[in-house]
Write a protein that binds this ligand. Structure first.
Ligand code: GDP
Ligand code: MG
Length: 440
């Protein structure tokens, strides 16, 4: 059954390639989604051009309509770009590994230092936090507090010596790390509200003094388009080997991720999403892609439609059909899958000898499907598995729970049994499916 069904669907929808009109129409929507996600315009233009190129060569996929298919390509491309050459932190061959944090003031460097320290500590490392932000009053204390919360040591200039020299502090910190056997040194640096020369020079001096194994550019995801200029300034002024996005818990739409990645080519290693030290994780390109597209629902629909093609599942259902073991759960699943694919009758019409069923199902409109869905969802898993157990009192409970009349529940259950019987007969007649018997 599954083979026939699959190939029937494929020949029906495999019209060849996506048409230019399909691609253009969807590209326009994607462009708007990207701009709304605060991706920089220049980045959007490049990206759309690439997508169009790729979509033009793409073949029509049986399960998806053209718009869905272009969105799928966009999503794949986004995930590739965001996660292309995804890599972990590089550790030095001879410890300590030096990781320097750079970025604008308020980007979240100091907070990140604590998060990263905790994360590394949990993996068995012994990080040393180093306070090289000596510009802002309280910056040192802030790092010390964060360090305490993470349960790691903080290296800071002795208080009372006036403003210290961050380069000197950084150098001494490396010695201290070797002495006290810290295998990782996390250097927190100062930031300014805007990009400025002095800041860049200081960061570059610290870099030269400690030759970091990783320089992480920390960027607030909420700055959106400005991420491009900031990232360029840090790339040219200090250079960096990786990116950390912060404040993803805010209403950031994620455009900064794509912009920074496209413009600098450096990978995004981590994502920070809250004020607590635990609000921190490796960067997940797929989550960011759906955030940028703002099409989470569409993407999951696409996935579901594709799942309908899942061979194994189709085979299981086919076997159940033939042996009369179809459950209400299967019924619901099938209905949901079929729903994504257009009028329900089309699909059933491809089954040989399904004429009768087709007529019956053609009357089923979307509203009706909603109702059926609500009723089935109102049943317990045991009831869905074995609808025979649904007695009068259960019917009453289900009707109340899903806000329909008992008559509706009765109708659904009766129809289900009818359908199951009919499908088993059909399967027997055409020799496919069948409990235990070979297919076809
Ligand atoms: P720095 O100037 O780069 O060191 O930035 P800070 O680490 O001092 O962070 C600036 C502010 O942003 C602080 O109030 C932090 O609590 C807050 N912050 C940092 N990271 C995050 C985050 O991921 N989410 C949220 N909501 N706030 C954050
Ligand atoms: Mg700071």
């Amino acid at each position: 059954l599954s083979d026939r069904l699959t190939s029937a669907l494929q020949t029906l929808s495999r019209k060849g390639r996506l048409s230019d009109a399909d691609i253009d129409a969807t590209a326009r929507e994607i462009r708007i989604a990207l701009l709304e996600a605060d991706v920089a315009l220049s980045v959007v233009k490049d990206f759309i051009a690439r997508i169009k190129e790729r979509a033009k060569g793409a073949e029509v996929h049986g399960a998806l309509n053209p718009a869905q298919q272009v969105i799928k390509i966009v999503n794949e491309e986004l995930v590739t770009i965001l996660g292309g050459e995804t890599r972990r932190l590089t550790f030095a061959k001879n410890p300590p590994t030096v990781i320097m944090l750079a970025g604008l003031q308020g980007a979240g460097k100091t907070t990140l230092a604590g998060k990263l320290a905790l994360w590394l500590k949990k993996q068995g490392h012994a990080p040393l936090l180093v306070a090289c932000d000596l510009q802002r009053p309280n910056a040192v204390t802030q790092l010390q507090v964060v360090g305490e919360r993470a349960g790691v040591t903080t290296f800071a200039p002795e208080p009372g010596n006036g403003v210290g020299d961050p380069v000197d502090v950084a150098r001494r910190a490396i010695d201290e790390a070797k002495r006290a056997q810290h295998d990782i040194v996390l250097v927190d640096t100062a930031g300014r509200l805007g990009v400025d020369e002095e800041l860049m020079k200081q960061a570059a001096d610290i870099r030269d003094a400690v030759s970091p194994d990783e320089t992480l550019f920390v960027v607030d995801a909420m700055i959106g388009q400005d991420a491009v200029t900031t990232a360029e300034a840090f790339r040219d002024g200090v250079g960096f080997t990786g990116v950390v996005l912060t404040k993803l818990d805010g209403d950031a739409r994620g455009g900064a991720a794509l912009s920074v990645r496209q413009v600098t080519g450096q990978p995004i290693l981590f994502a920070s999403n809250g004020e607590k030290l635990e609000d921190f994780d490796l960067f997940h390109p797929d989550r960011m892609a759906s955030r940028i597209l703002g099409m989470g629902d569409v993407l999951s629909l696409i996935e579901q439609a594709e799942q309908h093609f899942d061979q194994e599942k189709a085979e299981q259902t086919a076997a159940k059909l033939g042996s009369g073991q179809l459950t209400l759960e299967d019924f619901l699943e099938q209905m949901l899958a079929v729903r994504k694919m257009g009028p329900i009758g089309n699909l059933l019409g491809m089954l040989p000898g399904a004429g009768q069923m087709k007529d019956q199902l053609a009357q089923v409109d979307d509203k009706h499907l909603d109702k059926l869905q609500a009723i089935i969802r109102g049943m317990t898993p045991a009831e869905r598995d074995d609808p025979k157990m649904i007695n009068a009192s259960r019917r009453l409970r289900i009707a109340k729970g899903s806000g329909v009349a008992v008559r509706d529940v009765n109708e659904l259950v009766n129809r289900f049994f009818e359908a199951r019987k009919m499908m088993a007969q059909m399967a027997g007649r055409f020799g496919f499916g069948g409990g235990g018997g070979g297919s076809k």
